[in-house]
Design a binder for this molecule. Structure first.
Ligand code: GFP
Ligand code: GFP
Length: 829
């Protein structure tokens, strides 16, 4: 291994005698080295956290080696690269995932045990990197893992928020938000790149000037902020390829502000500069309506401007002109959040590269692909024109020009249908004029993707119907997937070992289709027994956690029934809680003999409510109030428990999901674009109780209705049900349980009134009432199935076998082939 120069750094590599070794002895030496020189502690006295830091740095060294080789290899081969632009990445912990993907977990454990430390204990020292809200952000993280594993020449780009998603604290059953200053104790998984930084400009004005005899628009910005790169190596599994997630942090620009300094206001000049850092300070909690927020627009532009400067710089390092740009660059827009990059690329090509409108537009329309993650109209971002004009005046001009050309083209096709023209326009007219970011993304992208087949159908027939009729060829879908590395190998090691034993290979970790072979053994009683033993171990882990967090002791014989996800009315945690109240009410009214037949349940709910979402917060409080009553009722005992798991995040999910028997995915049909939680539960052999919404429809095809508990209105039935007054259809049981809440059975009568109102008196938009009876039937079917242990274990095995389709490896291969046009580029060992 020889570098460029015999006297320069290349010589150093030669002296290093190749790569770092991965045997326990070498790892131990490295850990001690980092204890002494990185953590600066004595090698004779360091605690768990310091040992974790030293271990993390030893692993990071190995990541960096691979990362270097991968980047060099990509440089040499110059393949078409995929750039994944996303405002959110929910990475969780890095240590556990890295040691698995590098194949050094057991060696690390051995090295540590000789030093007197336990690997599992150290892994718990790491905090989560929670740079995202929910499904969308965790999907980005899963997709990065698949991109690396499948050797795609990909980069992720995003923002390095100083504060991740808020921490949820529960006091007296109410949610409180606490800032998550996740960088407090340093972050060994990132590499600060002081030399990789770009100026990002805001505000100012645009003037028309003549440059070299040509009329040009010249933007004179009013503020410049520096974007500094922080690189996060993402290792693939079973490959040397290690790709990069580059996150930008805002720093004050180095430029000299003569005016402020001349006026003598030195201190204020510095304080003002510091304000630049605000841009990358905080992640917006998902309240699904960002309208009018200047900081959010600045965050979006900040990260795409820096990313595009970096991407164009890398391209220009090798290419003399832009002709090959679309053959070398694919830009993926993860939802509308990075869509301002369309106008930014146009601006760079027009104003800085002077390619002219036609040529620039021709490039732009070939490089962007857009994936939308929602069906909710209120979640489609709009930016007030006034705000745009102030923050990004030149970009607004460009968007107007794009829209003008689009409207002209459209008129030629559809004539003077003004209502359709106005619906499709990128500019929304009205009391407040807005830019419709989704329309901009569709007009300028070559491909628009949905995240499940059902989502795609809704995009075609409802959300983007006008656009689909105009450009049917643009629309595709890639059903979401999750990575089996994180969701089985890391989070459920016992199940991982069992699967490998029965399949006779570990290859399924890379080649997920092999998992389907588990079907062949689903009815084998030996496997069933081992399978249920693994489940029990995981349930024990979860039960211990529940006791620590909530003080509630739960029985391992009970069915663990889980719903964990962001709290939202459409996800219907309220339906779940009302179902629990019904179960409680039934038990209370039973005789002794009848009670003997009850299947014991532990109902587990977890998730964060967006800080400004009042109803979601009331749902959390209701859950606690009901739990308080049930869990303290000796009459009920182990037959029913309700627990709320606070501060749900990726590492909590890694504990909860393997220990679940049943999980609920019960959104009102037509509201969940895909859903990915269900896939993680499926992989872990957990049965699903669900509505036929989002990707569940495809899960049904893989596993069969007989192995699931499906209930409720179908997507196409929902609009008609809403037309009718849904309360008319609500069954008596529903009226009764809502009445219990209204009447103060669980206390807080006045506080819960608006929650009850939201599902009664003709206001039950999410159809809890009309789905209630079939929900209870599905729950009863789950109880019956749980009693037959043999049947239940067979169904559980079939769930894992059926999860093969829902690996993000499949999703990424489909994107690479059908949307991005990128090929694997494998770095040699
Ligand atoms: C990348 C990395 C650099 C690294 C080079 C060469 O550069 O840090 O030195 O690869 O390995 F970011 P670009 O692809 O950004 O040019
Ligand atoms: C959103 C959608 C989900 C979808 C994910 C990933 O998740 O249906 O599965 O994106 O595509 F709502 P949340 O961010 O809302 O959790």
């Amino acid at each position: 291994f020889v570098g460029k120069s015999k006297t320069g750094p290349g010589r150093m590599f030669e002296l290093m005698d190749g790569f770092l070794k991965n045997d326990p002895g070498s790892l131990q030496k490295d850990i001690l080295h980092h204890v002494e020189y990185t953590v600066a502690r004595s090698r004779f006295s360091f605690d768990d956290f310091e040992a974790y830091q030293a271990l993390a740095h030893s692993v990071r060294d190995r990541l960096i080696e691979r990362w270097h080789d991968t980047q060099q290899h990509f440089k040499k081969k110059d393949p078409k690269r995929l750039y994944f632009l996303s405002l959110e990445f929910l990475m969780g912990r890095s240590l556990s995932n890295s040691v698995i993907n590098l194949g050094i977990r057991d060696q690390c454990a051995e090295a540590l045990s000789q030093l007197g430390f336990e690997y599992e204990v150290l892994a718990e020292q790491e905090g989560d990197a929670a740079l995202g809200n929910g499904g969308l952000a965790r999907l980005s993280a899963c997709q990065m893992d698949s991109l690396a594993t499948l050797d795609y020449p990909a980069w992720g780009y995003g923002l390095r928020y100083q504060y991740g998603l808020f921490r949820q604290i529960i006091l007296d059953g109410f949610q409180y938000e606490q800032p998550d200053y996740w960088l407090n104790f340093g972050n060994p998984w990132e590499i600060e790149r002081v030399h990789v930084s770009y100026p990002v400009k805001f505000y100012g004005s645009v003037t028309e000037e003549v440059v070299n005899g040509k009329k040009c628009n010249v933007w004179t910005p009013g503020e410049t902020v520096e974007a500094v790169a922080y690189d996060n190596p993402i290792p693939g599994y079973g490959t040397r390829n290690t790709i990069n997630l580059r996150l930008w942090a805002a720093k004050p620009s180095d430029g000299y502000d003569i005016e402020s300094y001349n006026t003598g206001d030195y201190i204020n000049a510095i304080v003002n500069r510091q304000k630049a850092e605000i841009i990358s300070n905080v992640l917006y909690p998902d309240d699904r309506s960002y309208q009018g927020k200047e900081l959010r627009l600045k965050q979006q532009y900040f990260f795409v401007s820096a990313s595009l400067q970096d991407i164009i710089r890398r391209f220009k390092d090798v290419h003399g002109n832009f002709d090959d740009f679309p053959d070398k660059v694919a830009l993926q827009l993860n939802d509308t959040h990075p869509s301002i990059s369309i106008a930014e690329l146009m601006r760079v090509l027009l104003d800085e590269e002077h390619l002219g409108w036609k040529k620039s537009w021709n490039i732009v329309k070939q490089v962007f692909s857009f994936t939308t993650h929602t069906v909710l109209p209120q979640a489609l971002e709009k930016v007030p024109v006034d705000l745009f004009q102030n923050v990004l005046p030149r970009h607004l001009q460009i968007i107007y020009d794009i829209n003008f050309a689009f409207m002209e083209e459209l008129k030629k096709k559809i004539g003077q249908d003004y209502s359709r023209l106005s619906r499709m326009s990128i500019v929304e007219e009205g009391a407040v004029k807005n830019i419709r970011v989704a329309n901009l993304s569709i007009v300028c992208s070559h491909t628009v993707n949905g995240v499940s087949r059902a989502h795609y159908e809704l995009l075609k027939t409802r959300v983007f119907k006008d656009f689909y009729e105009l450009w049917p060829e643009k629309f595709q879908y890639k059903t979401n997937g999750v990575t089996q590395r994180r969701w089985i190998v890391v989070s459920n090691p016992s199940l991982c070992a069992l699967i490998s034993k029965w399949l006779g290979t570990e290859s399924w970790i890379r080649d997920i289709d092999l998992l389907a072979h588990l079907r062949e053994y689903a009815s084998n009683s030996d496997l069933q027994q081992e399978w249920m033993t693994v489940k029990k171990i995981n349930k024990m882990r979860l039960a211990e956690y529940i006791e620590t967090m909530s003080g509630v002791k739960v029985s391992l014989d009970a069915m663990f029934d889980v719903q964990v996800k962001r709290i939202h009315e459409y996800k219907r945690q309220l339906l779940n809680i009302l179902g629990v109240i019904h179960r409680y009410d039934c038990i209370k009214n039973m005789g002794k003999d009848e009670r003997k037949k009850v299947v014991p349940r532990v109902c587990i709910i977890g998730g964060k409510a967006p800080p400004g979402y009042e109803i979601a917060k009331k749902i959390i409080k209701l859950c606690h109030a009901v739990a308080e009553t049930i869990n303290n009722d000796d009459d009920v005992g182990d037959l029913l428990k309700l627990v709320f798991i606070p501060d749900y995040n990726v590492s909590v999910a890694e504990l909860v999901i393997p220990g679940s028997d049943l999980s609920q995915h019960i959104s009102t049909a037509g509201h969940e674009a895909s859903g990915t939680g269900s896939m993680k539960f499926l992989m872990n052999g957990c049965l699903l109780l669900a509505t036929a919404d989002g990707s569940t429809n495809e899960i049904i095809e893989e596993i069969g209705l007989e192995n699931m508990f499906i209930f409720g209105a179908k997507i196409n039935e929902v609009p008609a049900l809403r037309e009718k007054d849904s309360t008319i259809k609500a069954p008596l049981q529903f009226v009764r349980v809502v009445r219990m809440v209204r009447d103060g059975y669980f206390g807080f009568k006045d506080y819960f009134k608006s929650l009850c109102d939201s599902v009664e008196n003709g206001k039950d938009f999410y159809l809890l009432g009309s789905d209630f009876a079939s929900y209870l039937e599905a729950q009863a079917a789950a109880d019956r199935a749980y009693v037959d242990k043999t049947k239940w274990s067979e169904m559980s095995i079939l769930c894992t076998a059926a999860s093969a389709k829902f690996s993000s490896d499949r999703t990424i291969e489909d994107y690479a082939e059908e949307t991005w046009g990128v090929q694997p580029c494998k770095c040699p060992f």
